[in-house]
Structures are given as C-alpha cells and as structure tokens.
Design a protein around this ligand. Structure first.
Ligand code: GLA
Length: 513
C-alpha cells in the first residue's frame, strides 16, 4: 500500500504548497470528461485513495512526490506511478463523475487488485476545515498497563492485506503456541479494517471485517484482549477511514464493540493540524478525553513517530504508550538504529506510560536469530512494549523460543521499572545495565559489529547504589539466553559475543542491603 500512502501524502504536500485546484474544475470538455479536479477511489476491500488530477489534452497526471501519469484516450483512463515493478496503476472507462475502476498495487507481498469506483469529490472532502482542539489539560491516569503492554499487531507481517479470519487465527495461535501463557495479551488490528461511515455517521468495517464486535467477542473468548486502529485525521495512512470530526462517536463505537486498546496514528492529521506540540497534544487529548468518557478501560497508544517530543506530554494527553520513532523494518540496520537511539529518553517512561520504539520484527525473516535475540533483549532492556509482528500460526520453534523467553520477558515486565543506563561503549560494543526488583541487575553486552567481540565490564563499575556494589562475596550470574548459572571469578566479567549478537546476564548481589 506504499503507493496509496504516497498518493494521499502527495495530495497533502501539494495542497500545503497551495497547488490545489478548486473543485470548480468540475467540467466536461466536448464529449470527453475533463478529469481535472479531485477524485476518490474506493473499493469494498480497500482504503480510500484521493487523487488530484490535472488534464491537458489527453495527458492526465497527479502532483506530488510519486506522481501518477497517463492518458485519457477514447474514454479510457490509464494512470501509472512509473514503469517499474512497484508501480501502481489505475484503469477505468470514464463515464461522467462516477464509474467503476481498477487499481493494481505492486508492493511486495502486500500488492493486489482492487475493483472499486472512481468518483469526483470536492476539495472540501479532501481537505476538511480545521475543527477546534480542546484546551490543553492533564488527563487522569487510566490505571492500565502498569508494565509494558504485550501482544500481537497485524501491520509488520500483513500490512493491510488481512481479514477477520487472520485475526481469529492469530488469537488461536497466541493461546496454542504458549505466547498467551508467556504474557502476550493484546491482539491488535492495525490499518485495513475500516470502510467508511453509515448513514448515521457510525464507522463500519469493510468487506474483510464484516462484524467488528463479533471479532472482539471471539478474541475475548480466548481469554485475550483486542485492539483497534484509527487516526486523528480523516484517513489513516493507507487511506482507510479515520476519526477526524467523529472522535467521540468512534471512541464510543470501539467501546460498544468491546475493544480494549486503540492505536491512534497521525497520518492525514498532518494535512489539517500543524506538527506543533500544541496541535499534536490537542489532537491526542481530544481522543484521550473521548476514550475517558466511554468509561471502558481502553489502552491509548499514540503513534506520531516521536514528533514534538511526545515522551514529554504523551501521558498528559491520556497516552499509555507513544511511538518514539519512525517505522521499524525487518532488517538489522533499521532495528539497531531505532533501538540504540532510545537510551537518551529512557527516563521519560514510567509505569502506565511507556516509550514505544515500534513493534517487534522477530520471526519475519529479515534478520538472523542472533539479531532477533538482540532485538528482543534490547526492547526488554528499554522496557518497551513487546508487540509481536510475525505470523504466530506458522512460527518456528526458534522464533517461539525468542518471543517466549521468560527470563528476558521478566526484565521487560519488571515492576521496579527503573530506566536502562549505558555502562560503557567502545567501538561497536555497548554494555547496558538495568536495576531490577529484589536487588538484581540485568546487564546486556551488545555487539553491534560484524565480527565476534570480547566484551567486558568491571563489577565495581556498576555504580548502582547501596547494596549493588558486588564487592563482598561476588554476584550470582545467570545467562538469560542459555538459561544457566555461570561461574564468575575476579573483578571483571567477560563474554565473547557473536556479530550483531548479545549476551544477557542477570546478577543478584551477594551483599545484604
Ligand atoms: C504508520 C505506523 C505503522 C502502521 C502504518 C499503517 O506508518 O507507524 O505502525 O500503523 O502506519 O499504515
């Protein structure tokens, strides 16, 4: 759906540059429609895609960063975003201001053919007027997720190409695989479920999600909780319906359907609001207040990629977690760049209000097992939400053993919730430390380099306060990936760490407090 996301974005970009033509361009030239103006592509199975078309003679094009170009010839419209394998194409026989059309997207495994309608719309539909935001105030803590939320989300594996049956299958697998027992609770339906609004303005599921309440009931019947996805903008990033102007109604609908978690993604809100702290906080507070009003306990997950230092105000807007970065991809560079950049803001998380460096890619195939162990260990050290993003129905034993490692999960979920600290960094070797409950300490020896590395630290460098000096009898040390206690002698701990790998240990002081 990248192309759709881009075309929505490009419309916004073009319009913010005041390039928007007005809807007065609704016109017919001779017998042939003049396509100049705004058009909406919608289909029962996909999101909306708004196109701002310009026609000169037979040439038709859109503005923006990834423009579509093509022709209207003998009544046939053909538009393409390029000639490469990833091009998006539109084809239609043009007839008046509303007619059937086909969109083909080639976007890796997420491409597909959508049969729908192209319909001329007004510029006001594409760029609705800005509605007032609430005066900023601190919302009360909703008391949820005292430890970072754990669950599964559809986006990383499926993008928007999934359906009700996929989600039910994932709930089944969450239980049968042992993930639920390991602590994973929320099944989160990301972009792709919504259609539009019914005659009463109520948001509805699309053909792939015919009954969102029944889906919630099913997930609950498995002893799990369920999450849903929307945006403060009129559309979510891929064009599906968002909550703009319907915040209270949608919060109530999600509550009535029985949802327990809302991921609220900025997306097209960027075409309406400014990316200022006040607008960001106001737009999220608006939904935070709407959720509060429902009286249903709903975890509020802010997703605006870290804009406006969200970690400084996310809790005030009612947020239980907030994305601190752009999107993760299933590769080492992306994961380690995001993960290790979180250390500076680690102090901003607290029980019930977590930094979210994005969902897990463990098991999606783009990294080695060592890299996935690093991913999982790093997220646990950061006290990050552990939201799996792989296909739980088909995961390998190795993937399962990473995602359900109880000793690593215990670090993530530790009630003490003290922030991680960087103990040392030398070249591509980093040692991270986290104090835990019960006078214990987690230590991660991370090798970000391409060759095996010997990584060491001195026990007396762990200046973690009284009772954690380890001076007297020496600590007990446990290897959290090998699941065994390891003998230690001397003042220093040393491990050989594989390339892009980690050694995670936990110690308990031999000293009494
Ligand atoms: C944004 C979010 C992702 C996902 C997609 C859906 O990119 O950051 O996590 O929700 O939108 O389009």
């Amino acid at each position: 759906m990248k192309s759709i996301r881009l075309s929505l974005l490009s419309t916004i970009v073009a319009c913010s540059l005041l390039l928007c033509a007005s809807s007065s361009a609704l016109a017919q030239t001779g017998n042939q429609t003049d396509m100049t103006g705004y058009w909406k592509f919608s289909s029962p199975t996909s999101g909306l895609d708004y196109l701002q078309l310009k026609q000169t003679g037979e040439a038709v094009s859109t503005a923006g960063r990834r423009p579509l170009t093509g022709t209207l010839h003998a009544g046939k419209l053909h538009l393409a975003s390029g000639t490469d394998a990833n091009a998006t194409t539109y084809d239609a026989v043009v007839k008046g201001d509303k007619f059937p059309a086909t969109r083909i997207t080639h976007d890796g495994p997420w491409g597909g053919t959508d049969t729908g309608t192209l319909e001329r719309v007004t510029s006001e539909e594409v760029h609705p007027a800005r509605l007032p935001l609430p005066d900023l105030r601190d919302l009360p803590d909703n008391g949820l997720v005292r430890t970072p939320p754990m669950g599964w989300n559809s986006w990383n594996k499926f993008h928007d190409r999934f359906d009700d049956a996929t989600v039910r299958g994932m709930a089944d697998a969450m239980v049968s695989s042992g993930m639920a027992k390991a602590g994973y609770t929320y099944i989160i339906v990301d972009e792709g479920w919504s259609s539009s609004r019914d005659a009463n303005g109520k948001i509805t599921g699309n053909a792939r999600f015919p009954d969102m309440k029944a889906l919630a009931d099913y997930v609950h019947s498995k002893g799990l909780k369920i999450g849903i996805y929307s945006s403060p903008g009129p559309q979510v990033c891929g064009g599906y319906q968002g909550s703009y102007g319907h915040e209270e109604e949608d919060a109530q609908t999600f509550a009535d359907w029985g949802y327990d978690y809302l991921k609220y993604d900025w997306c097209s809100a960027g075409g309406i609001y400014q990316s200022t702290w006040a607008d960001l906080e106001g737009a999220y507070q608006k939904m935070g207040e709407a959720l509060e009003k429902t009286k249903r306990p709903i975890v509020f997950s802010l997703c605006e990629y870290g804009a406006g230092d969200v970690w400084k105000w996310g809790a005030k807007a009612g947020g239980n977690l907030w994305r601190t970065t752009g999107d993760i991809s299933d590769n080492w560079q992306s994961m380690q760049r995001i993960g290790f950049a979180q250390l500076d803001i680690a102090n901003n998380a607290q029980a019930g209000h977590w930094n979210d460096p994005d969902m897990l890619e463990v098991g999606n195939g783009g990294m080695t097992a060592d890299e996935y162990r690093t991913h999982f260990s790093l997220w646990a050290m950061l006290r990050a939400p552990l939201i799996a993003g792989n296909d739980l129905r088909t995961m390998t034993d190795e993937t399962k053993s990473i995602l359900t490692n109880p000793e690593i999960i215990a670090i993530d979920q530790d009630l003490e919730a003290k922030p991680v600290q960087l103990l040392s960094q030398e070249g591509t070797s980093e040692v991270l430390v986290r104090p835990l409950t019960g006078n214990a300490v987690a230590i991660g020896l991370f090798n970000r380099g391409d060759k095996p590395a010997e990584i060491s630290f001195r026990w007396d460098s762990l200046h973690l306060g009284q009772g954690l000096g380890f001076g007297m009898r020496g600590p007990t040390v446990r290897d959290l990936w090998k699941h065994e206690d390891i003998p230690t002698t001397g003042d220093t701990f040393t491990a050989t760490v594989p390339p892009h790998g980690v050694v995670m240990i936990q110690t308990t002081s031999g000293r009494r407090r």
